[in-house]
Design a protein around this ligand. Sequence first.
Ligand code: TYD
Length: 133
Amino acid sequence: MKIPERIDLPKILDDRGNLTFVQQNKHIPFRIKRVYWIYDVPGGEFRGSHAFRTTEEFVAALSGSFDVVLHDGRKEYRFSLNRSYYGIYVPNKIWRKLENFSTNSLALILASTDYDDKDYIRDFSEFIKGAMG
Ligand code: TYD
C-alpha cells in the first residue's frame, strides 16, 4: 500500500547559494505530468480539502511554510513544511488539505496526471465510504 511520507531531496550546499533538484521515478515514485504552484494565500485560508482517485502528488514549500494535513480514512497525518529541500509524497485516495500558510509562502506541487476535474473526490463522506469499502 502506498503511504504518505516525507521525501528528502538532494541538497547541494554552496557558498553561492544552495541548490535542490527532483527527478521523476528517482526521487519521487511517479512520472511527472503536471506542475503547479500556489501562492499569495491570504492569512487563515486553506487549499485542497479533497482527494484524488488516481493522481499522486509531491508537495514542497519552496518558500515560507504551511502544513499538509492528510487522512487515509483511518488516521490523520500532519506534516509541517518549512524548507525547500524536502516535500511530502501524497498517494492517490488520500484526503488532503494545505493550511496554515505563512506570508509569502510558495507551494510547489508535482502531479502524476493531467488536470481532470473528474479525478477529484470533493465529498468527505464519499471519500470515507470509498476508503472503507
Ligand atoms: P483546485 O485543485 O480545486 O485547488 P485547491 O484544491 O488547491 O483548492 O483548483 C482550483 C481551480 O484551478 C479549479 O477550478 C481548477 C483549476 N486548475 C486547473 O485548471 N488546472 C490544474 O492543474 C489545477 C491544479 C487547478
